[in-house]
Each structure stands twice: as C-alpha cells, then as structure tokens.
Write a protein that binds this ligand. Structure first.
Ligand SMILES: [Zn+2]
Length: 214
C-alpha cells in the first residue's frame, strides 16, 4: 500500500531527518515546501519570483501559493506511490486543501514527533556553526569537520530566542494538531529518545495505521 505521510514536529524535534528516513525506506519522495521554494527562487521560475517578492517583504508565503506548489509536486509521477510531507501543511486551510486533492486509495498518516520544550531548548542551544565556512556542526564537535574553523553559537540560537521561536511554533501549530488529532490515522511519537528509537516508533505508527485500514 502507498505511504502518504504528514510529518509534524517542532524545530529541533528531528522532523527533517525522520522524514528523509521514512521516504528512503518506502521509496517515496520527501516533499519539503521549504526546499521547493528555495529551488524555485534559485531557478528564477515565475513561482520563484512571486515567492521571492513575498519573502523579501518579510511575510510568509500565502496558503494559495504553498497549496499550488504542493499540488503540482504531488502530481508528479514519483509521488504516485506515496510521499512524505515535511513542513506542509502548516495551517488548517492547507490541511483541508490537501484532503481535497487526495483520492481515497490510501489513508493519510499523520505523525507528530513530540519532545518536551526544555529538551528542544537544550538541543537547539547546543547547535554550533563554523565561523569560517558556515557549516552546521553536529553536537559534541569542537572544530569544523570541513575546514577546521572555530565553531560558534548561532546568534539566533540563544535560549531566550529559542523559547520564543518554540512558543510561536506551538501557538501557530496548535489548531492544526487539534484538526488532525481527532483522526484515527493520527499518531503521536515520543521524540525524546535516540533518532533510531524515534525511527522505530514512527515505523510502528505507520504500520499500525496501514494495518488497521487493510
Ligand atoms: Zn568550516
């Protein structure tokens, strides 16, 4: 059966890594709206130009644009077997548009990776970036793996800024989580464990949804 997955999680929850992993294991594309927008801006496509203008003004790209991007992407042949959505939907309007664009060949699995706020703060504030080449270091590193440069804390990674970013994420995402939580295909996964442990729980969550629907 096709795997159609929405991966949710706060900054620092490991959402991108886990999304990549599930996509690879199931042979389906990981669809990240952030990546698609960045590529479109770089390629200078009409969509990219529109998105660039919006982002330059400091605003978020609107629901219509994002929904259009995702619909186009999911219509491509490689997504026929399924997909892993990373960073979409972000709003209930986007989630409803996603429901409308899908047939009923397979359920839409929603996984929320849950991590206590203080664990996220500690994870995010331990991130270091290379002062020479900008490489984002893995935790525990003392010098840059790429160039040997000095690692520094990112200016936007102080505990106060991180707490504020997480608070905004929580506030903005709450309605979406409530929207999905009522469904039988929603699964919360404990993200306060090793990446391997999280991956195992996600695999079990997906299997339990697909098994129940068979
Ligand atoms: Zn470096």
């Amino acid at each position: 059966m096709a795997v159609r997955l929405v991966m949710m999680g706060a900054p620092g929850a490991g959402k991108g890594t886990q999304a990549e992993r599930v996509a690879r294991e199931h042979g389906v594309p990981r669809v990240s709206t952030g990546d698609i927008l960045r590529e479109a801006v770089q390629a200078g496509s009409p969509l990219g130009k529109a998105a660039k203008a919006v982002m330059a003004s400091g605003a978020l790209v609107g629901d219509d644009v994002v929904i259009g991007i995702v619909r186009d992407r999911l219509a491509r042949p490689d997504a026929a077997k399924g997909f892993v959505l990373d960073g979409f939907p972000r709003t209930v309007v986007q989630a409803e548009a996603l429901d409308e664009s899908l047939d009923h060949a397979a359920p839409l699995v929603v996984v929320d990776i849950e991590v206590p706020t203080e664990v996220l703060v500690s994870r995010l504030s331990s991130r270091r970036i290379c002062s020479s080449c900008g490489w984002l270091a893995t935790s525990g590193a003392t010098v840059c793996e790429k160039c040997g440069g000095k690692l520094v804390q990112r200016p936007d990674d102080t505990a106060d800024v991180i707490r504020e970013r997480l608070r905004v994420y929580e506030r903005d995402t709450q309605p979406l989580v409530e929207f999905y939580r009522r469904r039988e295909t929603f699964r919360a996964v404990d993200g306060d464990q090793t990446p391997e442990g999280v991956a195992r729980d996600i695999a079990a969550a997906i299997a339990s949804v697909l098994g129940a629907k068979r």
